[in-house]
Write a protein that binds this ligand. Structure first.
Ligand SMILES: NC(=O)c1ccc[n+]([C@@H]2O[C@H](COP(=O)([O-])OP(=O)(O)OC[C@H]3O[C@@H](n4cnc5c(N)ncnc54)[C@H](OP(=O)(O)O)[C@@H]3O)[C@@H](O)[C@H]2O)c1
Length: 312
Protein backbone atom coordinates (compact mmCIF):
# COMPACT_ATOMS: atom_id res chain seq x y z
CA UNK A 1 0.00 0.00 0.00
CA UNK A 2 1.44 3.44 -0.87
CA UNK A 3 2.46 5.47 2.18
CA UNK A 4 -0.06 8.11 3.24
CA UNK A 5 1.22 11.65 2.62
CA UNK A 6 0.22 14.61 4.80
CA UNK A 7 0.45 18.41 4.60
CA UNK A 8 2.82 20.11 7.02
CA UNK A 9 4.55 23.44 7.53
CA UNK A 10 8.32 23.15 7.96
CA UNK A 11 11.40 25.33 7.94
CA UNK A 12 14.77 24.17 6.66
CA UNK A 13 16.81 26.99 8.20
CA UNK A 14 16.26 29.79 10.68
CA UNK A 15 14.66 32.88 9.18
CA UNK A 16 11.62 35.12 8.83
CA UNK A 17 8.02 33.97 8.25
CA UNK A 18 8.97 33.21 4.62
CA UNK A 19 11.14 30.35 5.94
CA UNK A 20 7.91 28.43 6.64
CA UNK A 21 7.29 26.04 3.74
CA UNK A 22 4.10 24.14 2.96
CA UNK A 23 5.24 20.61 2.16
CA UNK A 24 4.01 17.03 1.94
CA UNK A 25 5.69 14.31 3.95
CA UNK A 26 4.86 10.70 4.91
CA UNK A 27 2.42 10.40 7.80
CA UNK A 28 4.33 9.66 11.04
CA UNK A 29 3.74 6.35 12.82
CA UNK A 30 3.26 6.15 16.57
CA UNK A 31 5.86 4.30 18.63
CA UNK A 32 4.70 1.85 21.31
CA UNK A 33 3.86 4.50 23.91
CA UNK A 34 2.59 7.14 21.46
CA UNK A 35 -0.65 8.00 19.74
CA UNK A 36 -1.21 9.32 16.24
CA UNK A 37 -3.42 12.40 16.28
CA UNK A 38 -5.35 13.88 13.39
CA UNK A 39 -4.88 17.55 14.23
CA UNK A 40 -7.88 19.83 13.93
CA UNK A 41 -6.28 22.94 15.41
CA UNK A 42 -2.85 24.11 16.55
CA UNK A 43 -2.08 27.04 18.84
CA UNK A 44 0.32 29.65 17.42
CA UNK A 45 2.57 30.55 20.34
CA UNK A 46 5.16 33.35 20.42
CA UNK A 47 7.69 30.59 21.16
CA UNK A 48 6.99 29.13 17.70
CA UNK A 49 8.22 32.19 15.80
CA UNK A 50 11.04 32.81 18.28
CA UNK A 51 12.27 29.29 17.59
CA UNK A 52 11.89 29.82 13.82
CA UNK A 53 13.97 33.00 14.03
CA UNK A 54 16.74 31.16 15.87
CA UNK A 55 16.27 33.11 19.09
CA UNK A 56 16.57 29.93 21.16
CA UNK A 57 19.49 28.38 19.30
CA UNK A 58 21.97 28.93 22.13
CA UNK A 59 19.83 26.92 24.53
CA UNK A 60 17.99 24.50 22.29
CA UNK A 61 19.27 22.72 19.21
CA UNK A 62 16.79 21.50 16.61
CA UNK A 63 17.08 19.23 13.63
CA UNK A 64 16.09 20.61 10.20
CA UNK A 65 13.65 20.41 8.54
CA UNK A 66 11.60 21.34 11.57
CA UNK A 67 7.80 21.33 12.01
CA UNK A 68 6.85 24.12 14.45
CA UNK A 69 4.13 24.05 17.06
CA UNK A 70 3.55 22.21 20.31
CA UNK A 71 -0.09 22.86 21.21
CA UNK A 72 -2.82 20.93 19.46
CA UNK A 73 -6.34 19.58 19.60
CA UNK A 74 -7.56 16.71 17.49
CA UNK A 75 -8.77 13.12 17.30
CA UNK A 76 -6.86 9.95 18.12
CA UNK A 77 -6.33 8.17 14.81
CA UNK A 78 -4.15 5.28 15.98
CA UNK A 79 -2.42 4.11 19.15
CA UNK A 80 0.95 2.42 19.71
CA UNK A 81 1.11 -1.17 20.94
CA UNK A 82 1.78 -0.12 24.55
CA UNK A 83 -1.02 2.43 24.84
CA UNK A 84 -3.94 1.30 26.97
CA UNK A 85 -5.44 4.59 28.21
CA UNK A 86 -6.47 6.10 24.85
CA UNK A 87 -8.30 4.68 21.87
CA UNK A 88 -9.04 5.64 18.28
CA UNK A 89 -11.77 8.25 17.90
CA UNK A 90 -11.29 10.12 21.17
CA UNK A 91 -11.20 13.90 21.05
CA UNK A 92 -8.07 15.14 22.79
CA UNK A 93 -5.79 18.12 23.30
CA UNK A 94 -2.29 18.56 24.65
CA UNK A 95 1.34 19.06 23.82
CA UNK A 96 3.46 17.35 21.19
CA UNK A 97 7.22 17.52 20.72
CA UNK A 98 7.12 16.45 17.07
CA UNK A 99 5.40 19.52 15.58
CA UNK A 100 1.76 20.49 15.33
CA UNK A 101 1.64 22.68 12.19
CA UNK A 102 0.62 19.49 10.44
CA UNK A 103 -2.39 17.36 9.58
CA UNK A 104 -1.09 14.61 11.87
CA UNK A 105 1.34 14.40 14.76
CA UNK A 106 2.52 11.68 17.10
CA UNK A 107 2.40 12.49 20.79
CA UNK A 108 3.24 10.88 24.09
CA UNK A 109 0.19 10.13 26.23
CA UNK A 110 2.02 11.89 29.08
CA UNK A 111 0.73 15.25 27.84
CA UNK A 112 -2.56 14.16 26.31
CA UNK A 113 -5.97 14.85 27.85
CA UNK A 114 -9.57 14.35 26.74
CA UNK A 115 -11.00 17.52 25.23
CA UNK A 116 -13.85 19.09 27.20
CA UNK A 117 -17.10 18.61 25.27
CA UNK A 118 -18.04 22.21 25.87
CA UNK A 119 -15.26 23.67 23.73
CA UNK A 120 -14.25 23.41 20.09
CA UNK A 121 -10.95 22.06 18.77
CA UNK A 122 -9.84 25.63 17.99
CA UNK A 123 -10.54 26.61 21.58
CA UNK A 124 -8.83 23.55 23.04
CA UNK A 125 -5.68 24.40 21.06
CA UNK A 126 -5.30 27.54 23.21
CA UNK A 127 -4.81 25.57 26.43
CA UNK A 128 -1.27 24.17 26.20
CA UNK A 129 1.20 27.07 26.22
CA UNK A 130 -1.52 29.56 27.22
CA UNK A 131 -3.79 28.39 30.01
CA UNK A 132 -1.26 25.82 31.18
CA UNK A 133 1.53 28.40 31.38
CA UNK A 134 -0.69 30.79 33.34
CA UNK A 135 -1.74 28.00 35.70
CA UNK A 136 1.79 26.93 36.57
CA UNK A 137 3.10 30.48 36.89
CA UNK A 138 0.34 31.49 39.31
CA UNK A 139 -0.32 28.34 41.30
CA UNK A 140 3.16 26.80 41.52
CA UNK A 141 5.77 29.50 40.93
CA UNK A 142 3.67 32.35 42.32
CA UNK A 143 2.05 30.28 45.11
CA UNK A 144 -1.07 32.40 44.70
CA UNK A 145 -3.51 32.46 47.63
CA UNK A 146 -7.04 33.76 48.11
CA UNK A 147 -6.94 37.42 49.04
CA UNK A 148 -3.59 38.09 47.30
CA UNK A 149 -3.26 41.16 45.14
CA UNK A 150 -1.87 40.11 41.76
CA UNK A 151 -0.72 42.26 38.85
CA UNK A 152 -0.84 40.57 35.43
CA UNK A 153 1.16 42.28 32.68
CA UNK A 154 -0.09 41.51 29.17
CA UNK A 155 -3.47 40.56 30.58
CA UNK A 156 -5.18 40.36 27.16
CA UNK A 157 -2.67 37.95 25.66
CA UNK A 158 -2.77 34.20 25.18
CA UNK A 159 -1.32 33.64 28.67
CA UNK A 160 -2.65 36.74 30.41
CA UNK A 161 -6.31 36.14 29.61
CA UNK A 162 -6.15 32.87 31.51
CA UNK A 163 -4.04 34.29 34.32
CA UNK A 164 -6.71 36.89 35.06
CA UNK A 165 -9.46 34.26 35.17
CA UNK A 166 -7.50 31.74 37.26
CA UNK A 167 -6.44 34.38 39.76
CA UNK A 168 -10.00 35.64 40.06
CA UNK A 169 -11.27 32.08 40.56
CA UNK A 170 -8.66 31.57 43.28
CA UNK A 171 -10.06 34.57 45.14
CA UNK A 172 -7.30 37.06 44.37
CA UNK A 173 -7.72 40.76 43.68
CA UNK A 174 -6.65 41.11 40.05
CA UNK A 175 -5.06 44.09 38.35
CA UNK A 176 -4.21 43.84 34.67
CA UNK A 177 -2.27 45.90 32.14
CA UNK A 178 -3.34 46.18 28.51
CA UNK A 179 -3.54 48.77 25.75
CA UNK A 180 -6.68 50.92 25.51
CA UNK A 181 -8.28 48.63 22.91
CA UNK A 182 -8.16 45.69 25.33
CA UNK A 183 -9.11 47.34 28.62
CA UNK A 184 -12.78 46.33 28.44
CA UNK A 185 -11.82 42.81 27.43
CA UNK A 186 -9.55 42.36 30.43
CA UNK A 187 -12.20 43.79 32.75
CA UNK A 188 -14.70 41.27 31.31
CA UNK A 189 -12.32 38.49 32.36
CA UNK A 190 -12.65 39.55 35.98
CA UNK A 191 -9.89 42.08 36.64
CA UNK A 192 -10.96 44.66 39.22
CA UNK A 193 -8.54 47.24 37.86
CA UNK A 194 -7.21 47.50 34.32
CA UNK A 195 -4.43 49.93 33.49
CA UNK A 196 -3.99 51.20 29.94
CA UNK A 197 -0.20 50.99 29.79
CA UNK A 198 -0.11 53.33 26.78
CA UNK A 199 -1.41 56.27 28.82
CA UNK A 200 -0.70 55.42 32.48
CA UNK A 201 2.39 54.11 34.29
CA UNK A 202 1.18 51.14 36.29
CA UNK A 203 3.45 52.02 39.21
CA UNK A 204 1.52 55.26 39.68
CA UNK A 205 -1.68 53.30 40.24
CA UNK A 206 -0.59 50.04 41.87
CA UNK A 207 1.46 49.41 44.99
CA UNK A 208 1.98 46.57 47.46
CA UNK A 209 1.01 43.63 45.31
CA UNK A 210 1.74 40.09 46.47
CA UNK A 211 2.49 38.79 43.00
CA UNK A 212 3.43 40.14 39.58
CA UNK A 213 3.00 37.86 36.60
CA UNK A 214 5.05 39.44 33.84
CA UNK A 215 4.37 38.28 30.27
CA UNK A 216 6.01 41.34 28.70
CA UNK A 217 9.57 41.57 30.05
CA UNK A 218 12.20 44.28 29.55
CA UNK A 219 11.29 47.67 30.93
CA UNK A 220 7.94 46.37 32.22
CA UNK A 221 9.78 43.84 34.39
CA UNK A 222 12.28 46.43 35.61
CA UNK A 223 9.53 48.84 36.63
CA UNK A 224 7.68 46.07 38.46
CA UNK A 225 10.12 45.80 41.38
CA UNK A 226 8.71 48.91 43.00
CA UNK A 227 5.13 47.63 43.15
CA UNK A 228 5.78 44.32 44.95
CA UNK A 229 5.58 44.26 48.70
CA UNK A 230 8.30 42.71 50.84
CA UNK A 231 7.77 38.96 50.89
CA UNK A 232 6.01 39.11 47.53
CA UNK A 233 6.93 37.44 44.23
CA UNK A 234 7.71 38.36 40.63
CA UNK A 235 7.29 35.63 38.05
CA UNK A 236 8.54 36.62 34.60
CA UNK A 237 7.91 34.39 31.60
CA UNK A 238 10.51 36.26 29.58
CA UNK A 239 13.66 36.43 31.65
CA UNK A 240 15.13 35.47 35.00
CA UNK A 241 14.76 38.61 37.15
CA UNK A 242 17.90 39.72 39.03
CA UNK A 243 18.35 37.48 42.07
CA UNK A 244 20.58 40.10 43.67
CA UNK A 245 17.88 42.73 43.40
CA UNK A 246 15.29 40.27 44.67
CA UNK A 247 17.41 39.46 47.72
CA UNK A 248 17.94 43.13 48.48
CA UNK A 249 14.23 43.82 48.37
CA UNK A 250 13.14 40.64 50.16
CA UNK A 251 11.21 39.47 47.12
CA UNK A 252 11.11 36.08 45.45
CA UNK A 253 11.80 36.43 41.73
CA UNK A 254 11.84 33.66 39.16
CA UNK A 255 11.35 32.52 35.62
CA UNK A 256 9.34 29.28 35.46
CA UNK A 257 11.48 26.30 34.58
CA UNK A 258 8.95 23.47 34.65
CA UNK A 259 6.53 22.77 31.82
CA UNK A 260 2.94 22.01 32.69
CA UNK A 261 2.03 18.44 33.58
CA UNK A 262 -0.80 16.20 32.45
CA UNK A 263 -2.47 16.89 35.82
CA UNK A 264 -2.35 20.63 35.10
CA UNK A 265 -4.01 20.06 31.73
CA UNK A 266 -6.67 17.85 33.34
CA UNK A 267 -7.40 20.46 36.00
CA UNK A 268 -7.80 23.14 33.34
CA UNK A 269 -10.05 20.87 31.26
CA UNK A 270 -12.21 20.46 34.35
CA UNK A 271 -12.43 24.25 34.80
CA UNK A 272 -13.64 24.51 31.20
CA UNK A 273 -16.25 21.78 31.78
CA UNK A 274 -17.47 23.69 34.83
CA UNK A 275 -17.57 26.89 32.75
CA UNK A 276 -15.31 28.59 35.29
CA UNK A 277 -12.88 29.60 32.60
CA UNK A 278 -13.28 30.46 28.95
CA UNK A 279 -10.89 31.09 26.11
CA UNK A 280 -10.67 33.62 23.30
CA UNK A 281 -9.34 33.21 19.82
CA UNK A 282 -7.69 36.26 18.31
CA UNK A 283 -7.84 34.93 14.77
CA UNK A 284 -7.72 31.64 12.90
CA UNK A 285 -5.64 30.89 9.80
CA UNK A 286 -5.59 27.82 7.56
CA UNK A 287 -2.44 25.70 7.74
CA UNK A 288 -0.94 27.09 4.53
CA UNK A 289 -1.15 30.63 5.96
CA UNK A 290 1.06 29.86 8.97
CA UNK A 291 3.45 32.60 7.81
CA UNK A 292 0.70 35.23 8.18
CA UNK A 293 -0.14 33.80 11.59
CA UNK A 294 3.50 34.24 12.64
CA UNK A 295 3.61 37.81 11.30
CA UNK A 296 0.56 38.64 13.40
CA UNK A 297 1.96 36.95 16.51
CA UNK A 298 5.27 38.80 16.10
CA UNK A 299 3.49 42.13 16.43
CA UNK A 300 2.97 41.23 20.09
CA UNK A 301 -0.39 42.94 20.46
CA UNK A 302 -4.04 41.96 20.48
CA UNK A 303 -6.36 39.84 22.58
CA UNK A 304 -6.63 36.06 22.67
CA UNK A 305 -4.66 33.28 21.01
CA UNK A 306 -3.96 32.89 17.28
CA UNK A 307 -4.91 29.43 16.05
CA UNK A 308 -4.27 27.37 12.90
CA UNK A 309 -7.55 25.73 11.94
CA UNK A 310 -6.26 22.63 10.20
CA UNK A 311 -9.36 20.51 9.63
CA UNK A 312 -13.08 20.55 10.41
N1 LIG B 1 8.73 30.84 29.49
C1 LIG B 1 7.56 30.27 29.24
O1 LIG B 1 7.26 29.17 29.71
C2 LIG B 1 6.58 31.00 28.38
C3 LIG B 1 5.37 30.38 28.13
C4 LIG B 1 4.43 31.07 27.41
C5 LIG B 1 4.72 32.35 26.97
N2 LIG B 1 5.94 32.91 27.19
C6 LIG B 1 6.24 34.26 26.68
O2 LIG B 1 5.33 35.17 27.28
C7 LIG B 1 5.04 36.20 26.35
C8 LIG B 1 3.54 36.38 26.24
O3 LIG B 1 2.98 35.22 25.65
P1 LIG B 1 1.49 35.25 25.10
O4 LIG B 1 1.28 33.94 24.48
O5 LIG B 1 0.57 35.73 26.15
O6 LIG B 1 1.66 36.38 23.96
P2 LIG B 1 0.51 37.10 23.10
O7 LIG B 1 -0.68 36.25 23.01
O8 LIG B 1 1.19 37.58 21.87
O9 LIG B 1 0.09 38.36 23.99
C9 LIG B 1 0.97 39.40 24.25
C10 LIG B 1 0.14 40.47 24.98
O10 LIG B 1 1.04 41.43 25.53
C11 LIG B 1 0.37 42.67 25.54
N3 LIG B 1 1.38 43.73 25.64
C12 LIG B 1 2.33 44.09 24.75
N4 LIG B 1 3.10 45.06 25.28
C13 LIG B 1 2.63 45.30 26.54
C14 LIG B 1 3.02 46.18 27.59
N5 LIG B 1 4.05 47.00 27.48
N6 LIG B 1 2.33 46.13 28.75
C15 LIG B 1 1.27 45.29 28.91
N7 LIG B 1 0.86 44.44 27.94
C16 LIG B 1 1.54 44.45 26.77
C17 LIG B 1 -0.43 42.69 24.25
O11 LIG B 1 -1.63 43.42 24.49
P3 LIG B 1 -1.94 44.85 23.82
O12 LIG B 1 -2.48 44.57 22.44
O13 LIG B 1 -2.96 45.37 24.75
O14 LIG B 1 -0.63 45.59 23.78
C18 LIG B 1 -0.82 41.21 24.07
O15 LIG B 1 -2.13 40.96 24.52
C19 LIG B 1 5.72 35.82 25.04
O16 LIG B 1 6.92 36.56 24.91
C20 LIG B 1 6.00 34.36 25.19
O17 LIG B 1 7.10 33.93 24.44
C21 LIG B 1 6.87 32.26 27.89
Amino acid sequence: MPQKMINVIRFHEYGGPEALKHERIPCPEPKDEEVLIRIHAAGVLPADWKLRQGLFKEVRSIRFPYIPGTSFAGIVEDVGAGVTNFRKGQQVFGRSTTGTYAEYTVASTDFLVLKPHSISFDEAATISGGAATAWRALMYDGELKAGDRVLVHGAAGGVGLFAVQFAKWKGAHVIGTASAANVDFVRSLGAETVIDYTSTSFEQVVQDVDLVLDTVGGETLERSWSVVKTGGTIVSLLEQPSLEKAKGLGIKALKPSQLSTKEDLETIAHLFEEEIVKTFIARTFPLHEAGFAHELSQRGHGSGRIVLHISD
